[in-house]
Ligand binder design. Sequence first.
Ligand SMILES: Nc1ncnc2c1ncn2[C@@H]1O[C@H](COP(=O)(O)OP(=O)(O)OP(=O)(O)O)[C@@H](O)[C@H]1O
Length: 548
Amino acid sequence: MNLLKQLLNSFWKPLVLATITGLISGITTTGLIAVISGKIINPTFTLQLTGFFFGLCFFKLTTGIISRVLLIRLSQKIVLDLRMMLSRQILASPLFHLEYLGNHRILASLIDDIETLAKAAQVLPAFCGDIAIVTSCLLYLAWLSPILFIIILSSISIGIFSYQVISNRAFRYLKQARSQQDKLFKYVNTLTAGIKELKLNQQRRQNFLIDGLYDTAQNYRRHNINSMTIFAVAATWGHILFFLVVGIVLFGLPLISSIQPAILSSYAITIIYLISPLDYMMSVLPMISGAIVALQTIEALQLSLASSPQETLLNFEFESALTCQSLQLSGVTHTYYHEPEDRAFKLGEINLTLFAGEITFIAGGNGSGKSTLVKILAGLYFPEVGEIFLDNQRITSEMREWYRQHFSVIFSDFYLFETLLKGKTTATDKKADDYLIKLQLDKKVRFRNNEFSTNVLSQGERKRLALLNAYLEDKAIFIFDEWASDQDPIFKNIFYTQLLPELKARGKIVIAITHDDQYFHTCDRLIKLDYGKVVYDSMNSVSALSFT
Ligand SMILES: Nc1ncnc2c1ncn2[C@@H]1O[C@H](COP(=O)(O)OP(=O)(O)OP(=O)(O)O)[C@@H](O)[C@H]1O
């Protein structure tokens, strides 16, 4: 459990402090029990003992509060740090690894695993407090009578072992339930993203509900019931075990050896007192086991391994130039290895130099590798072979983050942020207003204080807003992945004949993936891909464009 080790390493100081105060609090509890049992055996009043008793009460109060407060703060800090660490690792992981995991697994961990850990963190302070009480009570028992303690400890060890054997099975079911949770997130995703299609098709809806969602939810329920039942059996067994231990002390031991009644009664009182903390500990063990499964699941995402150290430098500020002269791919390839080998798609090798003030169109059939090429160009996929040069400077792995800051990309499945980066763009309200007019959005959207008034717009309008965003970011390289496909004919025309030439005139490197062959004459260079290979590459020449 590397993650656990990592957490313990970061928080060892407050953890040690909380443990020490918890132990002191536990020892004080034991002291109180010793005084009480002593008083039951010998009821004579002494002022000293009374003072000692109330002194212990006060000490227990203060150390108990300090220890609990420390643990509450610690557990909540661990949850916060885990949430942030997971989010940072997701941001720092290579895109292809995240695509391989799938959104559902990432969401399940971010929401469900963190929630499970948060719940366990809530019970952890009381759990640790009880460990301290149990430990100190056991030490007290050992001090009372070492021989009796060995007998008791052997019985307790047998009990813990049998509890462990039973609960191991429960742990396996918990793991199976957690793997169903990933599937459930996938179905929930389908439910929201595919709601229109599901509403329209009764048969599909039925299949989705019964064969998909219901089956998985049933499995999840079944595994959870199994694990909870086993935990409940183990807890009840553990509970009765302590009465058995009291039975051994009271009825069994006097038969074998003579033990002072005072010690016997102190033993019985202490063990009966222990039942309450032990009961609590056993009742929260399923939660703690769930947290262990959650930690293992987060580890299985292998985000920490996948994160490249260069990409974890997320807080660094990068200066990116407004223009750059050239962008070169030299012998670059990319393969999707997660597919079976004979079907793995390979892009490349690609040799390409793009220049400032040049519009390049990338065309090709579906699945020919256009979007993959864009992801490589933008530095989202790393070339498995080959090099990338920006202004003749080779992009090393340390420079990737800096390199990516030169791009404004509008993907075909783009995400539209409602706000712009404060203080990081040249955005002014006036500039944004001008762009809103240019993009014919001024009647619908207003832009004030770095925020758009709405993003409840049609798909074509949302893409225009994404373009406005890109304009305001004013990066050196603009990439459009089928941007015009959602635009009406009039605006499509404006895009190809006005907007792209304007970017070209401003010295930008402009790359557009497009199927609009009627506008191929507007580009400076056309590249055609077919099954991952460049099959056509030309500077603009109308006669050469007739391949489509
Ligand atoms: N995340 C992925 N994992 C595995 N294989 C992928 C992944 N993304 C794409 N592919 C494979 O790579 C091929 C090229 O995909 P890509 O999205 O680059 O094509 P495209 O030319 O942009 O297609 P379209 O015009 O349909 O958008 C696809 O046929 C698919 O098999």
